[in-house]
Design a protein. Structure first.
Length: 87
Protein backbone atom coordinates (compact mmCIF):
# COMPACT_ATOMS: atom_id res chain seq x y z
CA UNK A 1 0.00 0.00 0.00
CA UNK A 2 1.29 3.44 -0.98
CA UNK A 3 1.44 6.15 1.62
CA UNK A 4 0.39 9.67 0.46
CA UNK A 5 2.01 12.61 2.25
CA UNK A 6 -0.29 14.78 4.38
CA UNK A 7 0.35 17.92 2.31
CA UNK A 8 -0.78 16.10 -0.85
CA UNK A 9 -4.07 15.14 0.77
CA UNK A 10 -4.59 18.74 1.87
CA UNK A 11 -3.96 20.07 -1.66
CA UNK A 12 -6.21 17.39 -3.17
CA UNK A 13 -9.07 17.98 -0.72
CA UNK A 14 -8.81 21.77 -1.13
CA UNK A 15 -8.92 21.59 -4.91
CA UNK A 16 -11.86 19.17 -4.86
CA UNK A 17 -13.93 21.26 -2.48
CA UNK A 18 -13.26 24.64 -4.13
CA UNK A 19 -16.30 25.33 -6.28
CA UNK A 20 -16.44 28.50 -8.29
CA UNK A 21 -19.92 29.79 -8.88
CA UNK A 22 -20.41 32.58 -11.35
CA UNK A 23 -23.71 34.19 -12.06
CA UNK A 24 -24.85 36.43 -14.86
CA UNK A 25 -27.07 39.44 -14.45
CA UNK A 26 -30.76 38.63 -14.93
CA UNK A 27 -32.18 39.04 -18.41
CA UNK A 28 -35.45 40.89 -18.61
CA UNK A 29 -37.80 39.66 -21.29
CA UNK A 30 -40.75 41.75 -22.29
CA UNK A 31 -43.22 38.99 -23.18
CA UNK A 32 -46.04 41.49 -23.65
CA UNK A 33 -44.33 43.03 -26.67
CA UNK A 34 -45.16 41.42 -29.96
CA UNK A 35 -42.60 39.96 -32.29
CA UNK A 36 -43.76 42.25 -35.10
CA UNK A 37 -41.09 44.64 -36.37
CA UNK A 38 -41.57 48.27 -35.34
CA UNK A 39 -40.00 51.70 -35.79
CA UNK A 40 -38.90 53.73 -32.77
CA UNK A 41 -39.00 57.48 -32.32
CA UNK A 42 -38.69 59.39 -29.03
CA UNK A 43 -38.89 56.14 -27.02
CA UNK A 44 -42.21 55.24 -28.68
CA UNK A 45 -43.00 52.17 -30.79
CA UNK A 46 -44.65 52.69 -34.19
CA UNK A 47 -46.07 50.01 -36.46
CA UNK A 48 -45.66 49.77 -40.22
CA UNK A 49 -47.49 52.58 -42.01
CA UNK A 50 -47.21 55.07 -39.14
CA UNK A 51 -46.45 58.65 -40.18
CA UNK A 52 -44.62 61.15 -37.98
CA UNK A 53 -43.26 64.64 -38.43
CA UNK A 54 -39.58 65.29 -37.71
CA UNK A 55 -38.74 68.92 -38.22
CA UNK A 56 -40.84 69.98 -41.21
CA UNK A 57 -40.52 66.61 -42.98
CA UNK A 58 -42.99 63.72 -42.76
CA UNK A 59 -41.65 60.17 -42.41
CA UNK A 60 -43.39 56.82 -42.76
CA UNK A 61 -42.45 53.56 -41.01
CA UNK A 62 -41.81 51.05 -43.80
CA UNK A 63 -39.75 47.98 -44.63
CA UNK A 64 -36.03 48.67 -44.55
CA UNK A 65 -35.45 46.47 -47.62
CA UNK A 66 -38.23 46.48 -50.22
CA UNK A 67 -37.68 42.79 -51.07
CA UNK A 68 -38.13 41.58 -47.46
CA UNK A 69 -41.58 40.61 -46.24
CA UNK A 70 -40.73 40.17 -42.55
CA UNK A 71 -37.58 42.23 -42.12
CA UNK A 72 -36.71 45.30 -40.12
CA UNK A 73 -38.64 48.54 -40.37
CA UNK A 74 -37.14 52.01 -40.63
CA UNK A 75 -38.22 55.59 -41.22
CA UNK A 76 -38.43 56.78 -44.84
CA UNK A 77 -39.36 60.23 -46.17
CA UNK A 78 -43.10 60.33 -46.77
CA UNK A 79 -43.80 60.61 -50.48
CA UNK A 80 -45.93 63.73 -50.95
CA UNK A 81 -47.68 64.53 -54.20
CA UNK A 82 -45.88 67.38 -56.06
CA UNK A 83 -48.73 69.85 -55.33
CA UNK A 84 -48.42 69.18 -51.57
CA UNK A 85 -44.65 69.54 -51.23
CA UNK A 86 -43.55 72.54 -49.14
CA UNK A 87 -41.65 75.25 -51.02
Amino acid sequence: MMKIPGWALLVLSTSLSANTISTRPPVELNIASSLEPVCFYADQRYSRGSVIEMGKQLFVCEREQSFEQNGRLSWHPFPLAPEHKPQ
